[in-house]
Design a protein around this ligand. Structure first.
Ligand SMILES: *Cc1c(COP(=O)(O)O)cnc(C)c1O
Length: 471
């Protein structure tokens, strides 16, 4: 926090923080969603803490999108080559590449802007998951995003000529937190890698976990993965535009991301991927004309001549209508400097954490006395092992009915987070468009929601606390 006293700040203190914030101008670059349209009651802007799921529309993006529609309307196919705003569609990815490379900590040759996250994952697994009878296993978290879990499970089956049915069944190693814990410990990941060192082909991890918000210690994990002769792949869906990504420095082999979360490319917008320079694909690659050398692409030759680097793994021409909003945000981030964003993020999320921890409903330690009480705990690790997002788990853990009620009350009062069944609410104050004042207001809405739940006696303590042990 900017002022690091332990006092809980008042709304006036937060307004002052916003006034003094050197990045306070960026909010005005975005269109803030409306409470009523989001399902709440009242007028005005919602408190939007859901940029981890869908980033907001920037005003520049709206302007540029309208320009693109006009170019489509007036110039039609010629917009691919000559474009009144100097964004010829044929090369629409070109201005994106340098920004993306910088943001993920890689060389431009290692970055491509293409397709969507899961498809990019399949694309890269086709080239880099090349199992042998000795080394065929894939490590992934059991609690991973379902798309990653499904995708990873589908690959060993494509290798029936090499792997036995039993090997296919045993191909996936699922990482799990320790009993009673919510996030994975780095030491436990290292241990699993060590224990299966001869059999692991790929370790697939998120940079930031979608459910818990945990930031993985890739700098520590990567050398271990490489020391056993496996490859390290990263899902950066919740990492890119949120936390520092250092793909080269961490020596990651390949990675994928989407851009509709922290990079505001719009619903289901384009994805991207990274392939470390020189990574051997064993001569296996899914080919498409957009992966062909751009110098000869339009000669329509029968022979596929891949572009060097990551762009050689592209398939189709680049979707213009999600690249344009993405470019607006990338240019904005470039103008601000990502390091400055990281500093503000630490302060914003740190403030939310501080307020949450001050709540009487905050129950970090469950015991026989309080385990049936209404409240919440924070699943997300403390700084530095997190980014923007804080995930709270609504208590008591065995009651699945409270979270949806709390969540509806948040929406009703204009706080837009998102819910993950059974018990989790994710809140992500985003540097580009959220303010300190909103964190104070959001906290009040959350406390009021718990209070309403408590007062409404909709939740009854079923166990007589005096009857059970006093420890
Ligand atoms: C958002 C997200 C996805 C979404 O995949 P799409 O292919 O873009 O639909 C996949 N994996 C993770 C970890 C995500 O957070």
């Amino acid at each position: 926090m900017a002022n690091s006293t332990d006092k809980i700040p008042t709304i006036d203190d937060l307004i002052k923080l916003d006034q003094d914030d050197p990045l306070n101008w960026t909010r005005d670059e975005f269109e803030i969603p409306n409470i009523k349209a989001c399902g709440g009651e009242g007028d005005g802007g919602a408190i939007y803490f859901c940029g981890n799921s869908l980033g907001l529309l920037s005003k520049k993006a709206r302007k540029h999108m309208i320009e693109e529609l006009d170019v489509w309307s007036t110039s039609s196919v010629t917009g691919h080559f000559s474009h009144p705003h100097k964004r010829p569609w044929k090369h629409v990815d070109q201005p994106l590449t340098p920004h993306l490379a910088k943001l993920v900590g890689a060389k431009e040759s290692e970055v491509a802007h293409s397709s969507t996250l899961t498809s990019n994952m399949h694309n890269l697994f086709t080239s880099f998951y090349r199992p042998t009878i000795k080394r065929w296993k894939i490590v992934i978290e059991k609690g991973s995003f379902p798309s990653d879990w499904y995708a990873v499970h589908s690959h060993p089956k494509l290798h029936e000529a090499v792997l036995s049915p039993q090997q296919i069944d045993e191909a996936i190693i699922g990482l799990e937190p320790r009993e009673g814990e919510d996030t994975l410990r780095t030491e436990d990941i290292l241990k699993v890698i060590e224990e299966n060192q001869d059999e692991i082909a790929i370790v697939w991890l998120p940079l930031v976990q979608y459910y818990t918000g945990q930031l993985f210690d890739i700098a520590t994990i990567s050398p271990k993965v490489h020391s056993i002769g496996a490859l390290l792949g990263l899902d950066m869906a919740h990492g890119i535009g949120n936390v520092e990504c250092k793909l080269n420095e961490w020596d990651v082999d390949f990675a994928v991301w989407c851009t509709y979360k922290y990079l505001n490319s719009g619903p289901a917008g384009i994805g991207g991927f990274y392939v470390k320079d020189g990574l051997d694909n064993g001569g296996r690659r899914l080919a498409g004309w957009w992966g062909n050398d751009s110098a000869t692409r339009f000669q329509m030759l029968p022979e596929f001549n891949p572009t060097k680097g990551a762009k050689g793994y592209q398939h189709s021409c680049t979707p213009v209508f999600s690249s344009i909003p993405l470019l607006s945000t990338l240019e904005l981030i470039n103008k601000i400097g990502f390091n400055k964003m990281l500093k503000k993020q630490k302060d914003l999320t740190g403030l939310l954490e501080k307020l949450l921890k001050s709540s009487k409903y905050y129950k970090p330690f469950l015991n026989t006395k309080n385990q049936n009480e209404l409240g919440f705990k924070i699943l997300t690790p403390e700084f530095p092992f997190r980014g923007t997002q804080l995930s709270i788990s609504i208590l008591p853990e065995n009651n699945k009915e409270i979270m949806p009620k709390i969540f509806s009350r948040l929406i009703k009062n204009g706080l837009i987070g998102d819910e993950r069944y059974p018990n989790v609410i994710r809140l992500s104050p985003v540097v580009l468009y959220n303010k300190f004042e909103e964190i104070g207001k959001a906290f009040k809405i959350l406390e009021d929601a718990f209070k309403a739940e408590e007062d409404g006696k909709e939740f009854e303590n079923e166990i007589d606390l005096d009857m059970i042990s006093k420890d």
